[in-house]
Design a protein around this ligand. Structure first.
Ligand code: DQA
Length: 380
């Protein structure tokens, strides 16, 4: 794949411009990281930056001959430029919009992107790492394009369906991404797992859900993931999905959501897999206080009995907790305590510790230890 890395106005000042918002990497640093990441995935990358709307439009037009995907940070033009929207739409090259900062938490005018509707995906608020995630997203879309289906009226109530090859009905892996229930982290985090599991014969249903808006999102997020699992019953016939072989797989904070969906959804899954799961919120450590309080809203800790997986056992479904022992983000102890408590409560449960994996490795087919994770996800 040939990828165009396109940056708009003022991004030439990266590293010097408001480093507290945009970080200290220069545009050259970003380009270097993007080249390396694209290279790792087997793609070529070219870059272009301009402060001029017309030049950006010309670059998008020229990309018809030279690129199969665009990673585009339109800068402030994303809030105003219908001409850039039209250019992206006109050439029809899959374009991922990226913003380094969390545009939803800044001035209200930054929340609006007029270019986003022409793009296949938008990533924001992840710092310059968002550029690499955008490249990964283009890569996994190319390997196995998803079909995005709504399961409710809200724009975040959608999920990506990827069918497996060969005659069905196929088992289904429901994927629930993590990211501390916060806005910037979305389902592209699970793209790699979704594509890999589909290639192993399991259809994947990679779920988006409403996240903290800005505090107390637990009710909406939990309701959405359960609804997304329940929605499988209305699409299973058309897509050859075997509802008796559904596994809910959640990563990090997504494991908290996945656990309750596995326990409560109208479609009863055959199993639940937590990957580096937040399974013991009450003992997550002080580093998580702020994020858990934001998720639970006022008086949140009183809600733990209904939102903390370890306090809501038994789940009534077989569970597997997979944890990388190099995880510096969510302590492997959370998985150990969960499995112990699940067994004590009468659930079938097992622990899979992956010595060489860190927090993000357990969702990356490119990482060491993935084979073990994939086998756990498939119930092997
Ligand atoms: C930006 C966000 C825009 O609102 C701003 O005008 C930029 C950079 C970002 O990367 O966060 O120039 O696109």
């Amino acid at each position: 794949m040939r990828i165009l890395l396109l940056n708009g106005p003022n991004l030439n000042l990266l590293g010097r411009r408001a480093p507290e918002v945009y970080g200290s990497d220069t545009l050259e640093d970003v380009a270097e990281q993007c080249h390396a990441h694209a290279g790792r995935l087997g793609h070529r990358l070219e870059e272009f930056q301009s402060n001029h709307e017309g030049e950006l439009i010309d670059a998008i037009h020229a990309a018809r001959e030279t690129a199969d995907g665009i990673v585009f940070n339109p800068g402030a033009y994303s809030h105003t430029s219908y001409a850039l929207h039209d250019a992206i739409e006109a050439v029809g090259i899959p374009t991922v919009e990226i913003h380094i900062s969390n545009v939803r938490e800044r001035e209200p005018w930054r929340r609006i992107s007029v270019t986003e509707p022409a793009c296949v995906y938008q990533i924001f608020g992840r710092g310059v790492a968002g550029y690499l995630d955008a490249i990964s997203h283009l890569h996994y879309r190319k390997v196995h394009p998803p079909v995005t289906l709504p399961y409710g009226p809200h724009p975040d109530q959608v999920a990506d369906l990827r069918l497996a090859d060969g005659p069905g009905p196929h088992p289904v892996a429901v994927l629930v991404h993590g990211g501390g229930w916060t806005d910037p982290y979305t389902r592209d985090l699970m793209d790699g797992a979704a594509v890999d599991l589909a290639a192993r014969g399991t259809a994947t249903w990679n779920v988006e859900y409403r996240r903290i808006p800005p505090v107390g999102g637990w009710r909406d997020s939990m309701a959405d993931v359960s609804a997304a699992v329940g929605a499988l019953s209305s699409i299973s016939g058309d897509h050859g999905l075997d509802l008796d072989r559904v596994t809910v797989i959640g990563h990090s904070a997504g494991a908290q959501l996945g656990f309750f969906a596995a326990k409560n959804a109208s479609v009863r899954p055959a199993g639940f897999v937590a990957l580096a799961g937040m399974l013991d919120l009450g003992n997550a450590g002080s580093g998580f206080d702020e994020i858990i309080s934001a998720f639970l809203g006022d008086g949140g800790h009183a809600r733990l009995p209904v939102v903390d997986p370890i306090r809501a056992l038994p789940s009534g479904v077989p569970t597997v907790a997979v944890h990388g022992l190099m995880d510096r983000s969510v302590a492997p102890d959370q998985s150990r305590r969960f499995v112990e408590a699940a067994l004590a409560a009468g659930d079938r449960s097992r622990l899979v510790e992956v010595p060489e994996a860190d927090h993000m490795d357990v969702i990356s087919p490119l990482a060491a230890g993935w084979e073990e994770v994939a086998r756990a996800c498939l119930g092997i």
